[in-house]
Design a protein around this ligand. Structure first.
Ligand code: GUN
Length: 300
């Protein structure tokens, strides 16, 4: 049998076409003197979080949008942080609010996320927005799962009728993606299995996947023997593995990518796959939030 040529599903071209599609909506807001504006709340100095926030800010600046970061020390109290959110909720300058996760252990993330005005919740993490998504009437779709859908659509990777296996049950990726892929709509209608650290014999499930999405945070968790030939794989992992380069580390996904070449039908690379799409969808949601303020449809 001829070897499969594994497609590399790059995120950048998909992000660029989304930015082009957003351009008329942005221009129309600008003519009304509305510049979509995001407030980013960054607590502590986790290097990975700083890196994420930096790439989000650059994308906003490049498109002429506003992104302002509010930095607080890791020692900020939960009540003080709730006060910050209250102020941003009431501040008409900002259409969107993003609280960068993870927050320091002493802070109850759920309480903080619950405090964000659901209409400004461009991350889609507020229980109201997660509930709307679960019930099939999404408002703001969380950025990473939304970006994954856009990649699948762009590269014409089928979803409907297939068996999608998701590894990871986070509120940020696994759970919202489960709803998006299972809901009855043109980009869903898959049969979904969700695996996690409590799954016994993970490989038994991953081997059944037509579409495998891995968001486990464990470098190289998925090896070639755990997938069937021809599988489509989305690797959401972004792990720093120490090496002797100048930076002292390299970024790897949750999938042993080199083993998948010639076996998988397609694979999103790390970096350069899902990452650029998360940022693009944040821009998309912030534009939608600005449109809501302007009395538009704000189609998210
Ligand atoms: N931390 C890792 N991914 C994300 C994300 O998409 N949004 C926020 N707010 N924090 C994150």
């Amino acid at each position: 049998m001829a070897q499969i040529e594994t497609l590399s599903l790059l995120g950048k071209p998909v992000a660029e076409s989304l930015y082009s599609a957003l351009q008329p909506r942005i221009s129309s807001l600008l003519t009304k003197n509305i510049t979509p504006a995001l407030a980013v709340v960054l607590v502590g100095d986790d290097p990975a979080s700083k890196l994420y926030v930096g790439s989000k800010t650059r994308a906003f600046k490049r498109l002429g949008l506003i992104s302002e970061t509010f930095n607080y020390p890791a020692t900020i109290s939960e009540d003080e942080l709730l006060g910050v959110i209250d102020k941003l909720n009431a501040d008409p300058r900002f259409h969107g609010i993003l609280v960068q996760l993870p927050l320091p252990g002493a802070i109850d993330s759920n309480r903080v996320l619950l405090r964000v005005d659901p209409l400004k919740d461009v991350d889609g993490f507020h229980p109201t927005n997660l509930g709307l998504l679960l019930s099939g009437q999404p408002r703001y779709i969380p950025c990473t799962p939304h970006g994954i859908l856009a990649i699948l659509e762009h590269y014409k990777i089928p979803v409907a009728g297939r068996h999608a296996v998701i590894v990871g049950r986070s509120n940020i990726v696994g759970k919202p993606l489960m709803a998006l892929l299972a809901n009855k709509w043109e980009r869903g209608n898959a049969t979904v299995t969700i695996c996690h650290t409590g799954t016994t014999d993970l490989a038994q499930y991953t081997r059944q996947a037509d579409l495998l999405v891995v968001a486990s945070g464990r470098p190289g968790l998925i090896t070639a023997d755990m997938v069937r030939p021809g599988v489509d794989i989305v690797d959401v992992g972004m792990n720093r593995v120490p090496d002797d380069s100048e930076k002292g580390y390299r970024l790897v996904g949750d999938v042993a990518a080199e083993e998948m070449l010639g076996r998988a039908h397609s694979l999103t690379p790390v970096p350069g796959g899902v990452g650029p799409m998360t940022v693009a969808m944040l821009v998309h949601n912030t534009v939608a939030a600005a449109e809501l303020t302007a009395g538009g449809s704000g189609s998210a």
